[in-house]
Design a protein around this ligand. Structure first.
Ligand code: PLP
Length: 413
């Protein structure tokens, strides 16, 4: 039977509250007692802990915390991985996972169209501070990935659906290429939780910014790393673990808040997707250049259809080309300030619509040449569609703004 993330989540162990509460309690302690002094060195040595046989045995809040660990178990169930742990941000999850896998002299092969912050980590921070060489390729062409691999390549990196241009990664093929050279495939699944389960297609490690769709309310910055029990345990190693030693710790209160968002993720994602498809189809009908993997002529449409889980649609994000940066800005101003359609703000996955001109915001870490190579046009506007209000009213606002700023002519509208 194919993997079903909703069934998997339903089977995950439920954590009751301290007094039998239906919601788990928040374990707000920064430190934990042991009942026998001899247990302490065993925890430090990694011989006992929540991921070892018997479970339990917590040490200190920067190491495993029970509430954060319970949220991690939900994310492992959602992605179908053995284990998962949560971090203070999506960037902490990405940098933690990558740093754990690489040493000076190692190499990374990455898709060139990725979130601007990750791009900067790969282009500047890792080479300059850690001596890790990063090769950027067009991952839509797996042959380019294979050619860029060397004996020093430790990991291949991509986003399932890329930020901001919505390229779709061929995860099975990238996994095959990575594994043939004994490298790991790390996939950022932030744009497509539930929609695609990268680990089921060969990804070794799946990272998330929980700040986006999974959090869903634009109120918490958070991240997660999903992978094998061995990898998650290694991140907390008291001598070599990237999470233990760099310390990007999620607070238990955030873990509790986020745990309450997971049960209805399966209801929210289809509505984001339904509205995004509605807008994308109408935009395409009216001749506006639109990017959405749910449209049959999107280059990644077939690929995504082949990987996606049933019932969640093609995701809540689409992009349009307003033609020029000035027109993009005028569109954002009109949509936000005149029509109250949504917000000109970075981020995504909120219940309200968030929109921004990618080249001038979340991809501005890329140079003009890099933006061109990544397919990010100056007037490209990324829209994370919300689900408040009536969908037809929202479309009327959007169409009207497109006409007002001259992206669409009155006759075509
Ligand atoms: N991954 C993707 C695809 C993103 O879009 C972002 C942020 O926009 C991140 C990771 C970073 O997440 P965070 O802001 O939670 O650190």
């Amino acid at each position: 039977m194919p993997f079903d993330p909703i069934r998997s989540l339903a089977k995950a162990r439920h954590e009751f509250g301290e007094h039998g509460g239906v919601n788990m309690s928040i374990e707000a302690s920064t430190t934990f007692t042991v009942m026998q002094a001899g247990t302490m060195p065993d925890i430090f040595g990694g011989h006992v802990g929540p991921e070892t046989e018997g479970g339990g045995c917590y040490l200190y809040g920067r190491h495993f915390n029970p509430t954060v660990y319970a949220l991690g178990r939900s994310l492992a169930a959602l992605e179908g991985t053995e284990a998962a742990y949560c971090t203070a941000s999506g960037m902490a999850a990405i940098s933690g996972a990558v740093i754990q896998l690489c040493q000076p002299g190692d190499e990374i092969v990455t898709a060139r169209t990725i979130y601007g912050g990750t791009h900067a980590l790969f282009e500047n921070f890792l080479p300059d501070r850690m001596g890790v060489k990063v090769r950027f390729v067009d991952a839509a062409d797996p042959a380019q990935v294979a050619t860029a691999m060397t004996d020093k390549t430790r990991l291949v990196y991509c986003e399932t659906v890329s930020n901001p241009t919505l390229d779709v990664a061929n995860i099975p093929e990238l996994a095959r290429i990575a594994h043939a050279r004994d490298a790991r495939l790390v996939v950022d699944n932030t744009f497509s939780p539930l929609i695609v389960s990268p680990a089921q297609h060969g990804a070794d490690i799946v990272v998330h910014s929980l700040t986006k769709f999974i959090g869903g309310c634009s109120d918490i910055i958070a991240g997660a790393i999903c992978g094998s029990r061995e990898f998650i345990t290694s991140l907390m190693d008291t001598h070599h673990g990237a999470l233990m030693l760099l310390g990007p710790t999620m607070t238990p209160a955030s873990a509790f808040d986020l745990s309450l968002r997971i049960p209805h993720l399966g209801l929210r994602i289809p509505e984001h997707s339904r509205r995004a498809l509605l807008f994308a189809e109408r935009l395409a009908d009216r001749g506006v250049p639109v990017w959405y993997p749910g449209l049959p002529d999107h280059p990644g449409h077939g690929l995504l259809k082949g990987m996606m889980n049933e019932g969640f649609g093609f995701g809540g994000i689409f992009g349009i080309d307003a033609g020029t940066r000035d027109k993009a800005f005028a569109l954002l101003d009109t949509l936000q300030n005149k029509h109250r359609f949504g917000y000109d703000a970075v981020s995504l996955g909120y219940f309200e619509t968030l929109m921004s001109c990618s080249g001038a915001s979340t991809s501005s870490e890329l140079s003009e040449d890099e933006q061109r190579a990544a397919g990010i046009l100056p007037g490209y506007v990324r829209v994370s569609i919300g689900y408040t209000g009536d969908a037809e009213d929202r479309w009327a606002q959007f169409e009207s703004a497109l006409v007002e700023v001259g992206v669409l002519s009155k006759t075509t509208a």
